[in-house]
Design a protein around this ligand. Sequence first.
Ligand SMILES: *Cc1c(COP(=O)(O)O)cnc(C)c1O
Length: 369
Amino acid sequence: MTGGATLTIDLGAVVANWRLLAGRVAPAECAAVVKADAYGLGAARVAPALAAAGCRTFFVAQPGEALALRALLPESTICCLGGLPPGAADAFAHARVRPVLNHLGEIEAWAARGRAAGVRLDAAVHIDTGMNRLGLGPDELETLAREPHRLDGIAVTHWISHLACAEADVAMNARQLGRFRMALARLPAAPASFANSSGVFLGRAFHFDLARPGVALYGANPTPGLPNPMAGVVRLDATVLQVRNVDSPMTVGYGATHRVERKGKLATVSVGYADGYLRSASGRGCVRASGAPAPVVGRVSMDLITVDVTDVPEGLVFPGATVEVMGPNRPVDAVAEDAGAIAYEILTSLGARYARVYLEPPCAEAALQ
Ligand SMILES: *Cc1c(COP(=O)(O)O)cnc(C)c1O
């Protein structure tokens, strides 16, 4: 009994999604991206469930995430997308964290650490093919291609690159693929990694040796415009705190932005922008009350939303009842669209106040390994 909202995270669905993606890219390996606390769902629960299902390689963004994950997963490969911050080489080497080296300075620091220890330290190296965010740009690529001894002290496990519009732009994907292939041809031979979630669905040419899906593991649709091949992972049920009948025209909520014109019924629900129910869903969102759509009216408050339940059959909405804010009838992509956001934002904004319930994968699945 929370009086607030309950977030149910189906680890069995996360595992099923990873298996589906792994099947699509086989014989390439399928990693799992668990940065930002597994996109808000809890890396401490998600990553071990995936490891038990056979996932061997995990990507995070930041050093703190990498070290925390190492404590949970002593055997797994842990890659840090954010690279090698100054002074982090010792900590990374000790924790066997594999940096994704993004520029020549990081390559130099990691190579020096390897040479000092008389070993070759594992690292992935990021090649920019059009994101212009992280990775070696054309000049640095040129330098590294001419001076491969800069890698002495490093065992390059993967050359990686990242798609800018995997879910949408066919021409851009082809350009990036071409640039990536050209770069690989000029660099010392090593496995390669290119595809994020949507990249997995672009076909063999994009799979290389290691796929790096994130958001699809958590139930978002990696193929917008087509049916979602992924299983839903997140369910959010919020408590109705009060129900009121409105029989004369009046306004609802802060700013009095919504005016009720007809006789009807409103329910006040215990979720708000402090929980990650974005304020931009004001007047646009929609929840399900006993399966019936109930639109959000007026502004989203810090702790509350008001929904119109006029059309929900009598007796189904009452204080203490719950409504489905997100779930099978209201997938994360729909919630995102209501708020003018993307599924990534909705997931990583999921609030700290929710009571969290994890559904474990069926034992039989874990026992397969
Ligand atoms: C976040 C990230 C991914 C995962 O992307 P999704 O779209 O969530 O599948 C893969 N690679 C890199 C470099 C990333 O930053």
